[in-house]
Design a protein around this ligand. Structure first.
Ligand code: PLP
Length: 365
C-alpha cells in the first residue's frame, strides 16, 4: 500500500524528541500560552523572515482574525480565488465581509487578468492562496494592490517555507495566515494555526483578538474571542520546525521524480512551476481527462490519491447565494480533471517509481 500521507511514520522518525517535548509541557503545566507558545512564535517568525508571529487555534481562525485586525469597512468586498479550501472564503464572510470569487489560471492560482476585472469601489482586500505550495505571482499582485489601494492577505496554509524571488511567503502581504492542521507540511498533533505580519499594530490587534480582547489578565479593551495555541501543540511544532526544510526538500525530490516520469505520459499535465519560486509541494496535483478511471486503477493497485478540490467554491451550495454559479469559472473545469498523488516525507524513491510505473501501465498497457 502506498499511502497518500503517513503521519505515523513521520512520528516514528522523531519519536524521542516529540515525547520529550510533550512531557516537558505537562511537567511545567504550560498548557495555554506560556513559554512553549512564545518560543514557537519566535522561531516561526524567524523561519518565515517576518517580525511577528501570533499562534492561534487553527488556520481558519488565523485567516478570520487577520481579516478582523485589518479593520476594513463593514461589508467590504474581498477577492478570493475560486479554487481553494472553503476556509479561505469562510473567513471573509465570518468577519462581516463579502466574498467575490476570482477565477484561477492554468497554474491553478489566482488569475491576474480576472482579478483586475473583479475590483469594484467596495473592494478592500485581495486574499491570495499559495495553493498546493506554489507561491502566487506576488510582484503583479502587489502592483495591483498598490494601484487600487487594497490590502493583501496571504493564505499560506499549504506553503510553509515556499519562496517567491528568494523570500518566504507570508512576508509579501499585509498579514498572513498559516495552518498547522496535522496533514500540512508543518503539522501539529491536533488543530493549530498562526498569523504572521511585519506590522506591529496588526500583531498587537491579533494578539488581543485571540485572547478575549486583552493583553493582560482582566483588562479587556474590546470583545475578542478564544483562539489560543496550546503549549503541547507549540512544543510539537518547535520540534517539527527543525525538520521542515529537510521534509520540504524531500517533497521537491519526490516531485522531480514524478515530473520526470510523468511528463510525456498520456494526456497528463504535470504541475506547472514558475522559475521565480521554491515550490514546497504540499500537494502534487496532475491533470488528465481520464482522472476518475486513473484513480480507480491506482486504488485497485493499492495507491491512494485525493482530489483538491472536487468542487470549485462558486459551485458549492454554501455559495449559491452569490449567484456565481451562473458565471463560468475555469476552476469548475479544472476540478473535473485533477488528482493529487501521494506526497510527503514518508515516500521512498521506490514508492514513487512504483506510482509512476502503475500510471504508465494505465496509459500504455
Ligand atoms: C488547511 C487550509 C486552511 C484551514 O486551516 P485549518 O487549520 O484546517 O483551519 C485554510 N486555507 C487553506 C488553503 C488550507 O489548505
Amino acid at each position: 500500500m502506498i499511502k497518500f500521507l503517513d503521519l505515523r511514520k513521520q512520528y516514528e522518525s522523531i519519536r524521542e524528541e516529540i515525547n520529550e517535548a510533550i512531557k516537558n509541557v505537562i511537567l511545567d503545566s504550560a498548557f495555554i500560552g506560556g513559554r512553549y507558545v512564545a518560543k514557537f512564535e519566535e522561531e516561526f517568525a524567524e523561519f518565515i523572515g517576518a517580525k511577528y508571529c501570533i499562534g492561534v487555534g487553527n488556520g481558519t481562525d488565523a485567516l478570520e482574525i487577520a481579516i478582523e485586525a485589518l479593520e476594513l469597512p463593514k461589508g467590504s468586498e474581498i477577492i478570493v480565488p475560486a479554487l481553494t479550501f472553503i476556509a479561505s472564503a469562510e473567513a471573509v464572510t465570518r468577519s462581516g465581509h463579502k466574498v467575490v470569487f476570482c477565477d484561477v489560471g492554468e497554474d491553478y492560482l489566482i488569475s491576474i487578468d480576472d482579478l483586475k476585472s473583479k475590483i469594484t469601489k467596495r473592494t478592500a482586500a485581495i486574499m491570495v492562496v499559495h495553493l498546493y505550495g506554489h507561491p502566487c505571482d506576488m510582484d503583479r499582485i502587489l502592483e495591483i494592490a498598490n494601484e487600487y489601494n487594497l490590502r493583501v492577505i496571504e493564505d499560506c496554509a499549504q506553503a510553509h517555507g515556499a519562496e517567491y524571488n528568494g523570500k518566504r511567503v507570508g512576508t509579501f502581504g499585509d498579514i498572513s495566515a498559516f495552518s498547522f492542521y496535522p496533514g500540512k507540511n508543518l503539522g501539529a498533533f491536533g488543530d493549530a494555526g498562526a498569523i504572521v505580519t511585519n506590522n506591529q499594530n496588526l500583531a498587537i490587534k491579533c494578539k488581543m483578538i485571540r485572547n478575549h480582547g486583552r493583553l493582560d489578565k482582566y483588562n479587556h479593551e474590546f470583545e475578542g474571542r478564544n483562539s489560543r495555541l496550546d503549549g503541547i501543540q507549540a512544543a510539537i511544532l518547535s520540534v517539527k520546525l527543525k525538520h521542515l526544510s529537510a521534509w520540504n526538500n524531500h517533497r521537491e525530490y519526490v516531485a522531480s521524480l514524478y515530473d520526470k516520469g510523468l511528463k510525456d505520459i498520456g494526456d497528463i499535465i504535470i504541475p506547472p512551476k514558475s522559475p521565480k519560486v521554491k515550490h514546497v509541494y504540499h500537494l502534487y496535483v496532475i491533470r488528465t481527462k481520464k482522472r476518475d478511471e486513473l484513480r480507480h486503477w491506482l486504488k485497485q493497485n493499492n495507491i491512494e490519491t485525493g482530489i483538491h478540490y472536487p468542487i470549485a467554491l462558486p459551485d458549492l451550495k454554501a455559495y449559491e447565494y452569490l449567484n456565481d454559479n451562473k458565471v463560468k469559472f475555469y476552476a469548475s473545469e479544472i476540478v473535473k480533471e485533477i488528482t493529487s498523488l501521494p506526497m510527503g516525507d514518508h515516500l521512498s524513491e521506490s514508492d514513487v517509481l512504483e506510482v509512476i510505473n502503475k500510471i504508465k501501465e494505465f496509459y500504455l498497457g
